[in-house]
Design a protein around this ligand. Structure first.
Ligand code: 6PG
Length: 503
């Protein structure tokens, strides 16, 4: 077996691992690959030799020691195994074959606290660790994913050339993704969708927020589809055509594009459109839930991201919903009188809600960096989401531009471009939500995004009353508007005329 020959190693030959390995080989790097079950490695190597022009640079191993010996030092080994315990087990089995200074790169959807822990443990043992988000599914991994690394800077210096080579590329001026790669012939030039994001768990945290945004982006699109179906009586094919049209404008994004395709897909097993035959109960692997939980913990108002997770949970109660539909009645749906106006209103609602959802994601990142001691560059994050990943979208360039204009921007909705869009679109956004509510069509994502916008732009909210309720039943104290913040009072309730005590 070749010794000390490979530039990099990769463990885990499921779909993502196979495609990332081929992408690395396409870029001229020699890669050693290993999988826990040897059959998987053999199958992959057989496929590789048959079909892949870059296979001469892929070395397959069924023995872990031979695999590690084939990699040049300091070894760089990418793990693409299941997050959680399987990642820990893989690291444990790998360590006896490594030497101090070797680098482990976890490319799975790891929980950022696991990444922080692993980085600490491995550093103590003399190894270097990078937790890197990898987004873009199978095709992204093969032809250019968005890569979100965090961890050891020394390790990043070693990994960076490979990560930059294999990442998706965008046009330096417009930020538009450069496509067209085929096996063996990668895209040349462009700005790579990867950058070092910060120490320990920063990369995996950013990837998790990407996924939280992915959840809300998808839910918003689903609500737009549902309104068109229910209030306009359009069939899936017609709705698909509208999404295709929208994809040519400001909403242009991967998720809008695939929605156009999906809705126009005919049922291979019968007449009509496939979407009408698919069960309306969504699963989830957990990263959206992690995002919402982290927002709750940090006190970041990412209400729409949380709503998107809850919407999946409600959808999953299929049998219960079917029963309830026989028992609970809502209003009869009134078909819309002016379909062109409603379509325009839904498009506005989608764009305005999307802006608020991203604002929540970035606000969460901003809270997280304070807690975890990171210094995230929001413009760069938007830039590396511009290509390769699931939430890639034209409007991310507007986010990069917004942070370039003002690196200290408190909230995206305050940027002049986004502010104008929201001012312009809000009346149609409100009409859409109002119409959905009066017809009994659930729009938790549109509605929560609007509530976020209205809450954020309110100088006063009813939390004054809330503070008093807390003080009444639990002596939790309250602050006054006519005193400096941080000065707390308590009333001996119930006695409105009794003097308040400073506490
Ligand atoms: C990506 C995706 C990916 C995620 C799937 C499934 O960036 O490529 O986010 O990492 O695993 O989208 O996620 P759910 O099963 O939670 O929907």
């Amino acid at each position: 077996m070749n010794s000390d020959n490979a530039d990099i190693g990769l463990i885990g030959l499921a779909v993502m691992g196979q495609n990332l390995a081929l992408n690395i080989a396409d870029h001229g790097y020699t890669i050693a690959v290993y999988n826990r079950s040897p059959e998987k490695t053999e199958e992959f190597m057989a496929h590789c030799k048959r079909e892949e022009p870059s296979c001469e640079r892929v070395l397959g191993f069924t023995d872990l020691q031979e695999f590690t010996q084939a990699i040049r030092r300091p070894r760089k080994i990418v793990l693409l195994v299941k997050a959680g315990a399987p990642t820990d087990r893989t690291i444990e089995s790998l360590l006896p074959h490594l030497e101090p200074g070797d680098i482990i790169v976890d490319g799975g959807n790891a929980h950022w606290l696991d990444t922080i822990r692993r980085e600490k443990e491995l550093t103590a043992k003399g190894f270097l660790f990078i937790g890197s988000g990898v987004s873009g599914g199978e095709t992204g991994a093969r032809f250019g994913p968005s890569l979100m690394p965090g961890g050891s800077l020394t390790a990043w210096a070693e990994l960076e050339p490979i990560w930059r080579a294999i990442a998706a590329k965008v046009d330096p001026q417009s930020g538009a993704p450069l496509g067209g790669a085929v096996p063996g012939k990668p895209v040349e030039g462009g700005v790579p969708c990867t950058a070092y994001l910060g120490p320990n768990g920063a990369g995996h945290y950013v990837k998790m927020v990407h996924n939280g945004i992915e959840y809300i982006d998808m839910q918003l699109i689903c609500e737009a589809y549902w309104l068109m179906k229910n209030l306009l009586g359009l069939d899936a094919g017609a709705i698909g055509a509208i999404f295709r049209e929208w994809n040519a404008g400001e909403l242009s994004s991967y998720l809008i594009e695939i929605t156009g395709d999906i809705l126009q897909q005919k049922d291979p097993a019968g007449d009509g459109f496939l979407v009408d035959q698919v069960l309306d109960a969504a699963g989830q692997k957990g990263t959206g839930q992690w995002t919402a939980a982290s927002a709750l913990e940090l006190g970041a108002p990412a209400n729409s991201i949380a709503e998107a997770v809850f919407a999946r949970a409600l959808s999953a109660l299929k049998e219960e919903r079917v029963e309830a539909s026989q028992l609970l009645k809502g209003p009869d749906i009134q078909p819309a009188a002016d379909s062109a106006a409603l379509l325009d209103a839904i498009r506005n609602a989608l764009y305005c809600s999307k802006i608020c959802a991203y604002a929540q994601g970035f606000q969460l990142l901003s809270e997280a960096q304070k807690t975890y001691g990171w210094q995230l560059d929001f413009g760069t994050i938007a830039q590396l989401w511009r290509g390769g990943c699931i939430i890639r979208a034209r409007f991310l360039q507007k986010i990069t531009d917004a942070y370039a204009r003002n690196p200290d921007l408190k909230n995206l909705v305050l940027d002049p471009y986004f502010k104008d869009v929201l001012h312009e679109g809000q009346s149609r956004w409100r009409q859409t939500v109002a119409l959905a509510v009066s017809n009994g069509v659930p729009v938790p994502a549109f509605g929560s995004a609007l509530a976020y916008f209205d809450g954020y732009r309110s100088a006063r909210l009813p939390a004054n009353l809330l503070q008093m309720q807390r003080d009444y039943f639990g002596a939790h104290t309250y602050e006054r508007t006519d005193h400096a913040r941080g000065k707390f009072f308590h009333l001996d309730w119930p006695a409105p005329d009794r003097p308040q005590m400073e506490v």
